[in-house]
Design a protein around this ligand. Structure first.
Ligand code: NAP
Length: 477
């Protein structure tokens, strides 16, 4: 399959370097080929988005919404096929991949429905005959930079709100997943998006930083690692440009002594190993009440050891490969380092000798929270556990992190669940369910080093993709 850049409404090959998108389960298999956009083409994409901005902003919100609805229908209709492509390009299992594609259609429908809720505010004025209106306008051209791990859902939750609120877009997807980017851009153009409203440019870091730094881009929304996100924040700060970043996580699950251990073990495993641990909200740290620690860890390790790892398209497979050889090296090195620091492997840890970027689901019993593992995101199917002798200590250990994306607490006690809301500095908290998982109609994003700027998803997205104008509307004299 050949993929193309989308610039000013035209599908173009790109004048940059050639690339081949390969299957992480069988790296010799090419899933898609294409060429990156060169610097001039990135420039042209930004110009096209600027030129299209006034017309799109002036298009009635319901007309913009109709296009999102048509695109959602196209995405839904293709979900099985695109899900298989997603599994082949990224490595998550087929059911997860199909669910992601369908979830993207749902996100587009949600943002289409914003047309029915589009509103400003009206305030009273102390001055006779005057009202105060707060109206919302698009920000202009949005530069969107997306990661590899949700190749269609994360782009949908940026492009959906950007478009519904009347912005035009220049989008650079992760170079690891160009095919699903092409599919989503195709659905939106096929649905009737006017030329230049959405521009898709393939490229690596250089293309991303060109978008971030370009004066023609009015605001930047980035999702990816904390290191790159901080550089994006710094550059936007220099330029005085609105920026939103969703970054890395090191998410803890806390299993307290009163928890249902079978349920907790199952949920911890889902959080740690689904999508091969490559979710920003994946469970990578585990804090267990000392009284139940051995029992819980035995169940988690047993489940990890029995997980079927293999080709993500095979129906019996429960966990696919990591996305790339570099990811496999990073995860393997992180596990070796943890073992060197005194971690005891309860499951996995040993490299898998097979073709593809596979690693085993790994459970580590850690000597404490002082190890690098507790702080460093590995972004793979590895969970490390410590013990805590009280609820207070457990919540405290979970909070020992520079990251603050997501957490899960397993307890039957309502008071404990409520205290976790105050105690844990995270953007997403699950009580009695795995740390991953998000609905498109509620805010999503992290605290601490995991997120910066307005949250994504739900109505929260409006805070980033619109700006307010406060109008003091006096009666004519
Ligand atoms: P990444 O390496 O930071 O890349 C993210 C995107 O930024 C890619 O499109 C990448 O391009 C681009 N990029 C790289 N350097 C850049 C630069 N200097 N300027 C502008 N753009 C640049 O992240 P990833 O490996 O794709 O994704 C995994 C990370 O994302 C993990 O840390 C995960 O926790 C995080 N994540 C966070 C959330 C959240 O909502 N908090 C959600 C998903 C993932 P290329 O890769 O093509 O070079």
């Amino acid at each position: 399959m050949d993929v193309l850049n989308l610039i000013g409404g035209r599908w173009v090959e790109g004048e940059g370097e050639e690339f081949a998108d390969t299957n992480p389960a069988q790296p010799s298999e090419v899933v898609a080929r294409g060429r990156y956009a060169c610097a001039r083409e990135v420039e042209r994409a930004i110009t096209a988005a600027r030129d299209a901005a006034p017309g799109w902003a002036a298009t009635p919100h319901h007309a913009r919404a109709e296009i999102l609805l048509r695109a959602a229908a196209l995405v839904d209709a293709a979900a099985e096929d695109w899900g298989a492509e997603l599994a082949r390009e990224e490595g998550k299992t087929l059911p997860e991949a199909v669910a992601e594609v369908r979830g993207s259609a749902r996100i587009l429908r949600y943002y289409a429905s914003e047309a029915d809720r589009d509103s400003g505010e009206v305030f009273a004025s102390p001055r006779p005959g005057e009202s105060v209106l707060v109206v919302r306008k698009p920000i202009g051209v949005a530069g969107l930079i997306t990661p590899f791990n949700f190749p269609i859902a994360i782009p949908a939750w940026k492009i959906g709100p950007a478009l519904t609120y009347g912005n035009t877009v220049v989008w650079k997807p992760s170079s690891l997943v160009p095919l699903l980017a092409y599919r989503l851009a195709w659905a939106l153009t096929e649905a009737g998006l006017p030329d230049g409203v959405l521009n898709l440019v393939y490229g690596e870091a250089e293309a991303g930083s060109a978008i971030v730094g370009h004066p023609g881009v009015d605001a930047v929304s980035f999702t990816g690692s904390t290191a790159v996100g901080r550089a994006v924040i710094a550059r936007c700060g220099e330029l005085g440009k609105p920026v939103q970043t969703e970054m890395g996580g090191k998410n803890a699950s806390v299993v307290l002594a009163d928890a249902d251990l079978d349920h907790a073990a199952e949920q911890v495993c889902l959080g740690a190993f689904r999508s091969t641990g490559q979710k920003c909200t994946a469970t990578s740290r585990l804090v267990v009440a000392t009284q139940v620690a051995d029992e819980l860890l035995e169940r988690v390790a047993d489940r990890a050891a029995r997980l079927v790892v293999g080709d993500p398209l095979a129906p019996e497979v429960e966990m696919g490969p990591l996305v790339s050889s570099a990811a496999r090296e990073r995860v393997a090195a992180g596990v070796r380092h943890a073992v060197g620091e005194g971690a005891k492997p309860l499951a996995g840890a040993e490299p898998l000798e097979r073709e593809g970027w596979f690693v085993p689901p790994t459970v580590l019993d850690l000597p404490g929270t002082g190890v690098d593992f507790w702080r460093t995101e590995l972004f793979g199917p590895v969970v490390g556990a410590v013990r805590a002798s009280s609820t207070e200590e457990a919540l405290g250990l979970a909070d020992v992190s520079d990251h603050g994306l997501s957490a899960a607490v397993f307890t039957r006690d309502l008071g404990t669940a409520l205290s976790a809301i105050d105690r844990l500095e995270v953007g997403v908290l699950h009580v009695n369910s795995e740390s991953a998982g998000t609905f498109p109609y509620v805010p999503f994003g992290g605290a601490k080093q995991s997120g910066f700027g307005p949250k994504e998803q739900g109505r929260a997205a409006r805070e980033f993709y619109t700006r307010t104008v406060t109008v003091y509307l006096g009666a004519p004299a």
